[in-house]
Design a protein around this ligand. Structure first.
Ligand SMILES: Nc1ncnc2c1ncn2[C@@H]1O[C@H](COP(=O)(O)OP(=O)(O)OP(=O)(O)O)[C@@H](O)[C@H]1O
Ligand SMILES: [Mg+2]
Length: 231
């Protein structure tokens, strides 16, 4: 049996707030197999984004074991975590987080250039082609629609060929039709790359398109179901 790409054991997250210590994640134990598509659903405030931040190494668990892409995240310092993220994890957020002073091409090429990849611009250009933006490479984010900006963000997340793709409400700021197009792209790119996908969504229909749905409430996993996937 290959090692799961994600292995969490009794993960807890507590944060200080003005009202005292808030327990945000209350013992998450979870394995995710390589190549799986997993939806995370649950009410607002249930801890979905917090869990994703831990998987991305952007937040440190207060307690518990966090193994992601063969690394023990608890044993890594900030620099090593950033390196791990750059190599193996692609992240797409609800708001697109593009750099406004850079063109679409530069936004996608940037993480590749950081990683010292040769031919960064060529790869960025071909990815923008893949998401249907071949003609818009020299446009700045402000010159692109929301859906187009999210497609740039998708291309950027996939540029380093991550083994793990994390998406937090990637269609939350888009209208239904545009959101659908972005989702189709996301699943298409996932299939093509063989990456593992963890997708936070409020959309139950979208969750059903994943092979597995994990439901959270109040900082805990309350159900975990494998979908009966139509072939
Ligand atoms: N930095 C912080 N300090 C204190 N509490 C926080 C902090 N960040 C998040 N929380 C709290 O943790 C809980 C979980 O938040 P989280 O953002 O993970 O929820 P979510 O499931 O992603 O919700 P949504 O669907 O609204 O995005 C919430 O009650 C939130 O207020
Ligand atoms: Mg959230």
């Amino acid at each position: 049996m290959p090692q799961p790409i994600i292995r969490l054991a009794d993960v807890r997250l507590s944060l200080e707030s003005r009202a005292g210590v808030v327990e945000i994640l209350k013992g998450i134990t979870l394995d995710i197999a390589r190549g799986q598509s997993v939806a995370i659903v649950g009410p607002s405030g249930s801890g979905k984004t917090s869990l994703l931040m831990i998987l991305a190494g952007l937040e440190k668990a207060t307690a518990g074991d966090v193994h992601v892409v063969d690394r023990d995240f608890n044993a890594l310092d900030e620099d090593s975590l950033a390196l791990a993220r750059g190599e193996d994890v692609g992240i797409v957020f609800q708001s697109f987080h593009l750099i406004p002073t850079m063109t679409a091409l530069e936004n996608v090429a940037l993480p590749l250039e950081f990683a010292g990849v040769t031919g960064a611009r060529e790869r960025a250009s071909s990815l923008l082609d893949d998401v249907g933006l071949g003609a818009r490479v020299d446009h700045f984010p402000a010159q692109l629609s929301g859906g187009e900006q999210q497609r740039v963000a998708l291309a950027r997340a996939l540029a380093p060929r991550p083994k793990l793709l994390l998406a937090d409400e990637p269609t939350g700021n888009l209208d239904g039709k545009t959101g659908r197009a972005v989702v189709d792209l996301l699943f298409g790119l996932k299939r093509k790359s063989g990456a593992t996908l963890v997708l936070i969504t409020h959309d139950e229909r979208l969750a059903k398109e994943c092979e597995r749905t994990i439901r959270m409430a109040d900082g805990r996993i309350v159900s975990d179901e494998q979908a009966v996937v139509a072939a």
